[in-house]
Design a protein. Structure first.
Length: 406
């Protein structure tokens, strides 16, 4: 369950933020920096915001943007924009559409050039578990969902439209979606187009370079990925080809443990990703004013301290983050979508969002006791997860009424 922000912390944050607002403005269209980040207001040395260019789009963005997926607090989103964040990242399916509606309300009255909006739409007929797209899939549902997203946001266009959750080369190169993205861009409904991926990332990123159509990639990238060096290489290749790189899943699950007694050092995890100069910006999820304040501080200082490097504990724990390597799938006798079930588990225990976890379970159409016919579990996880235990744990959410999941 999302933790309620302390009202005193919120007031202190707003006071802190307002103190420096007059000193900082970043025009995402021109990239001109006219001052300092609000966080620097309390710093007598007034560090500048770190701003990078998003590939060939030319957009100038602070290195920290906002992942809005888990946020249902419009005041938090307002505070993020007022605090210096420019890009908000959402999707057609987040909170069953409510997420885009909330953002649309927040944006009312704000100059259109003062913010960047990125949203996502899945390929038509896409298999939720494998990402596979039917060969005969037509683009009409893609157009319809995107138009609905525009209506929810109250916008005539978005800045970035992504094909959501691409897991393989053929999905990134699926011609009807490529044609749809180009048509939407030509019509002026999206300034730039791209794909998102949090599984098999190197293959997908290289497919984007091959397609020569996309402008941006939003990719999972964090210090817990076993294949992080390969992801880094693919990111560099795409960046050199002019593709803008945005990073997600930077917090690697948020906690080391299910009981949430060992939080990952969020600033350290974020700095680790942003230490890669080919990454323009990251979209960490924020649900509290504490998290927002912490993330804004990273905008002006990307230096990893010695203690932060120690806190990353690179190879010491399994944690909650599933890297979607899919090596587990052949071992499951019930052919369960194990990576998605592990993601649901992370949503519930890492992100503290059981509602989102339950929504994912509903989409996957998982039975209430999927492991009932198995004796010993034959699945082997590259991260050492107790897959059977986590599956049995998370599917219990299906029995909880939606009204109880806030």
């Amino acid at each position: 369950m999302t933790k309620k922000a302390n009202p005193l912390k919120r007031r202190s944050f707003l006071k802190w933020s307002a103190a420096g607002l007059a000193g900082m403005a970043v025009n995402p269209l021109s990239g001109t920096r006219t001052g300092d980040l609000p966080a620097a207001a309390a710093n007598p040395q007034k560090k500048d915001v770190v701003v990078r260019t998003l590939g060939r789009t030319g957009l100038k963005l602070p290195v920290v943007s906002m992942g809005v997926m888990n946020s249902d607090n419009p005041n938090l989103i307002r505070a993020a924009l007022d605090g210096g964040i420019i890009m908000l990242d959402t999707a057609h399916g987040y909170q069953r559409g409510k997420n885009e509606v909330i953002i649309g309300e927040v944006l009312k009255g704000r100059p259109r050039h003062s913010f960047i909006i990125a949203t996502k739409v899945p390929a038509p007929g896409r298999d939720r578990s494998t990402g596979a797209i039917p060969a005969d899939a037509q683009a009409e549902p893609f157009f319809e969902q995107f138009d609905t997203s525009l209506q929810r946001l109250g916008l005539e266009y978005v800045d970035i439209l992504y094909q959501h959750n691409v897991l393989a080369r053929d999905q990134a190169l699926f011609e009807p979606v490529l044609d749809a993205l180009q048509k939407i861009k030509k019509e002026g409904k999206a300034r730039f187009v791209g794909v998102t991926t949090h599984g098999n990332e190197p293959e997908v990123i290289r497919a984007v370079v091959e397609a020569k159509i996309h402008d941006v990639v939003l990719t999972a990238y964090n210090f817990r990925q076993d294949h992080r060096d390969e992801v880094r290489k693919a990111i560099a290749e795409a960046s050199r080809a002019g593709i803008g790189i945005v990073a997600m899943k930077t917090q690697a699950g948020a906690y080391w443990d299910k009981e949430k007694q060992q939080p990952i050092n969020m600033k350290a995890a974020l700095k680790w990703v942003l230490s890669d100069p080919h990454v323009t910006t990251a979209v960490p999820g924020m649900t509290t004013f504490d998290q927002l304040e912490e993330d804004l501080a990273v905008m002006t200082d990307l230096t990893l301290t010695e203690q932060e490097l120690k806190d990353l504990k690179m190879e010491m724990h399994g944690g909650l983050y599933c890297q979607h390597c899919r090596q587990c799938l052949p071992g499951c006798r019930e052919s369960l979508p194990v990576p998605d079930l592990m993601r649901s588990y992370m949503y519930a225990y890492g992100y503290r969002n059981p509602g989102l976890a339950r929504d994912l379970l509903q989409e996957l159409d998982i039975p209430s006791d999927p492991c009932r016919s198995c004796g010993a579990c034959s699945v082997r996880c590259a991260k050492g997860f107790d897959v059977a235990g986590r599956v049995k744990d998370i599917v219990r959410l299906k029995a909880v009424p939606t009204d109880f999941l806030v």
